[in-house]
Design a protein around this ligand. Structure first.
Ligand SMILES: Nc1ncnc2c1ncn2[C@@H]1O[C@H](COP(=O)(O)OP(=O)(O)OP(=O)(O)O)[C@@H](O)[C@H]1O
Length: 742
């Protein structure tokens, strides 16, 4: 809500010395509290601007039009300088701001829709992550002391006086993430975005007497807005008992059901784990504390022994059910840890407890193994050694590399594939020493030249886990798995098809399928609004027409909101630079591993000539290619095909632009739609390029109009005719082409 109220104004600033004219755009939510239109400026606002300019050693001239509550066009922008109509600074506009202006100015229907989208999904705001490059200079300009940590700058709460600034005690530290600008203040317990930080620092610094100011007034407290425990947690805890009350038999049964042999009863007690008996079902409640010792969630394991003597484990439930990221388990041991600068990050509550029980080292268990929330980074700043023990397979290795980068490679100790055979609990159960295993972890090497010995284990692991190396498998498109083998990080996929052939609809389900298996996805839907896209995806997610099942909307929305699916807050033509910035931001903050851009033509803007448009497209494709490789993130681009003759099938050369797109892509997917020329014509997906192993093929789809989903059609396999066509209409055919693919 606050961010939607953020409106921007432009002030003209004249430097005293050189009289050069500069535009300074400042955001300040305090100045504009009304939702869509600006309130006239008042005296204190002017005072604020004066202070800001004094601090920046600049002179401020406020246009009289500001008092009418209008925003002004930049005087540097000749084409706009004489107009009085509202304008926004493209690169500093948040989604909320832009929606407001779009609705009023251009008639785009974004603002209303964005709220609906937000209720079921997460929108990656354009915030001003690009300004984050200026974190350091901004803090210096504000005369804030500065120390560079592993992931954050350490400064001091702006409310504190000079003495505290000098002392820089840990309890007064303000952490500012050096990549995203996200902040956490130890003194106020508040956390928020870079914009909120900037806004508040300027505001607080403008006040001479700071005693009565509420620092970060409009910012919520970290991890929980109140001291109150969520009713869901209370409800579950009320009906539960401490492990001290548990009989020996029950303890043994629980150990058998969940295979927790080796974890001592005192360990459960130390972690304040509770249990509850529901008829023959045992529920174990793990409280999830915040780093500041506040209970934020409860994670419930349930299981039973059936009459046949089989163990049945039920799905793990976490309450409160919220789309906010769940913090890692294990902060409750922060104060009692025997190694204050050493921590292990692992994969489950049991593993975290075993590490702590056996070594005294604090261990955290990530709730989602594919996401490391940036909220925890400031709280990990004090640890000089972080050991990542996330798993023993290729997927865990990929996540380990990603998290190590995020946490700072210089302090992360990791297990390369095959360095450890077991996870901590299994290690204990196999009577191996946890400390000895932990000692095997190594820093990620930065050497430019590597020996074969160094790579050997990794290479072995790639051979040994061939299916995992092939990537995440689709659950709805098993045929796609046969051809593409899986969805891998770091690749570029191009999807093209005739206009209206269902590119967006197909890609929505394709990405949703992956996302439901933990592939964190970012959608850049420039062609259709996020609301329309989410509507399509929700139908596909629920596999039914929601208009006919409106009563189910809430439960479908709840499930959908749990998916790691994010949306770029852009619509229509957008600058490639901004899109790449949003993508980088999302990769860092939300650990995105799949970005979908629909479609490339919207990145090209309008001001290109026939001559340079191929050049422009080539540059854009190169930029996405580079992004995919550098960030180890899969990018899928939807591109319109060039005009083809009626009835002609698409091929790799039908992709709009020069040959660059097809060269850069790892995978090319074509939607062939012969229904456009004859009513009985078929529609199918053709894999026209597959760099991973060269297999190509076609997959016929049937469309379910109710749920907007595609079903693959399985029919008899037939052979390819000499003219290259297929003798059967519906089949999947693989043909190995070898590796001469470029
Ligand atoms: N296989 C199909 N059979 C019939 N209708 C389909 C099929 N696939 C998609 N549609 C419908 O066709 C319409 C257009 O689909 P979609 O927007 O996905 O196409 P597109 O190729 O992305 O369009 P554009 O060329 O405008 O980008 C939608 O209403 C969708 O529900």
């Amino acid at each position: 809500m606050v961010s939607s109220q953020l409106l921007k104004f432009v002030i003209q600033v004249r430097y005293l010395k050189c009289f050069a004219v500069e535009i300074q755009a400042i955001r300040c939510s305090r100045l504009f509290q009304s939702s869509c239109s600006c309130k006239p400026l008042i005296r204190s606002d002017l005072h604020f601007m004066r202070t800001y300019c004094t601090l920046r050693r600049t002179k401020c001239v406020v246009s009289k039009y500001m008092f009418k509550g209008q925003m002004f066009r930049s005087i540097n922008d000749d084409s706009r300088s004489d107009s009085n109509s509202p304008v926004y600074h493209d690169e500093e506009m948040t989604f909320g701001e832009r929606s407001a202006i779009n609705t009023s100015e251009a008639g785009h229907v974004l603002s209303e829709e964005s709220d609906t989208t937000d209720s079921v999904s997460k929108t990656v705001e354009s915030s001003d992550y690009y300004i984050v490059q200026n974190v350091e200079s901004f803090l210096k300009e504000m005369y804030m002391p500065l120390k560079k940590g592993y992931t954050c700058f350490h400064t001091v709460c702006p409310k504190l006086g000079k003495l505290a600034m000098k002392k820089g005690k840990q309890e007064d530290t303000l952490y500012v993430n050096s990549t995203s600008g996200y902040f956490y203040c130890n003194h106020c317990g508040k956390s928020g975005s870079w914009l909120q930080l900037k806004d508040n620092v300027v505001y607080v610094k403008s006040k001479k007497i700071k005693k009565n100011i509420t620092c970060f007034k409009e910012v919520k407290e970290n991890f929980s807005s109140t001291d109150l425990i969520h009713p869901d947690i209370i409800k579950h805890f009320e009906n539960s008992d401490n492990f001290t009350m548990m009989s020996g038999d029950t303890f043994e049964t629980i150990q058998t059901i969940f295979d927790w042999h080796g974890i001592e009863r005192t360990t459960f007690i130390n972690y304040d784990v509770r249990y509850r008996n529901e008829e023959d079902k045992y529920c174990i409640l793990f409280p999830i504390y915040s780093p500041v010792g506040r209970i934020t969630a409860v994670c419930i394991y349930s299981g039973l022994i059936t009459e046949d003597g089989d163990v049945k484990i039920l799905p793990i439930q976490t309450y409160p059910r919220s789309k906010d990221k769940i913090l890692p388990f294990g902060w409750q041991q922060k104060s009692s840890s025997r190694h204050s600068d050493n921590i292990v990050i692992t994969s489950s509550e049991a593993n975290a407890m075993v590490i702590n029980q056996e070594t005294g080292i604090m261990a955290l268990a990530l709730k989602n193994l594919y996401q490391l929330p940036q909220d925890v980074l400031p709280h990990l700043e004090s640890f000089n050694k972080i050991t990542l023990w996330l798993g023993t397979d290729i997927k865990a290795w990929e996540n380990t590399k990603m998290f190590s980068k995020k946490l700072n490679d210089n302090r992360c100790y990791i297990f390369r594939p095959n360095m450890v055979k077991y996870m901590p609990l299994e290690t204990l159960q196999n009577e191996c020493d946890i400390s000895t295993e932990l000692d095997k972890a190594r820093l990620i090497s930065h050497k430019a030249i590597l020996t074969f010995d160094y790579l050997k284990q990794e290479v072995y692991s790639e051979f040994a886990h061939y299916t995992q190396v092939a990537g995440v498998q689709w659950s709805r498109y098993t045929k796609l798995n046969q051809v593409l083998k899986g969805h891998r990080r770091g690749e570029l996929t191009i999807l093209t098809g005739p206009t209206g052939s269902g590119k967006t609809t197909f890609m929505a389900e394709y990405s949703l399928d992956l996302c439901m298996q933990g592939v964190c996805t970012l959608w850049g839907s420039f062609e259709i609004s996020n609301v329309r896209l989410v509507k399509i995806m929700m139908q596909q997610y629920a596999r039914k027409d929601i208009t006919k099942h409106l009563d189910d909307f809430e439960s479908i929305a709840e499930g959908f909101s749990m998916l790691p699916m994010y949306f770029m807050a852009y619509f229509g033509v957008e600058k490639i630079q901004r899109v790449l910035e949003a993508m980088s931001h999302a990769v860092y903050v939300h650990d995105i591993s799949h970005v979908v851009v629909d479609n490339l033509q919207f990145m090209m803007g309008m001001d290109f000539t026939e001559k340079n448009r191929f050049l422009l497209q080539d540059r854009i494709i190169s930029a996405f290619r580079q992004f995919a490789t550098e960030k180890n993130c899969h990018v899928t681009l939807i591109i319109h095909p060039r005009k083809i003759n009626e009835g002609e099938e698409l091929s790799t050369s039908s992709i709009f632009g020069s040959a660059k797109a097809t060269q850069e892509a790892d995978n090319i997917i074509l939607i062939q739609d012969q229904r456009l020329v004859k009513p009985s014509g078929r529609k199918y997906i053709q894999i026209a390029k597959n760099r991973f192993d060269g297999d190509m093929g076609v997959m016929t789809l049937t469309f379910n109009k109710e749920s907007l989903t595609f079903n693959t059609v399985e029919k008899k396999k037939t052979t390819k005719k000499s003219d290259g066509s297929y003798s059967s209409k519906d089949e999947i055919m693989n043909e190995t082409l070898g590796s001469d693919f470029e």
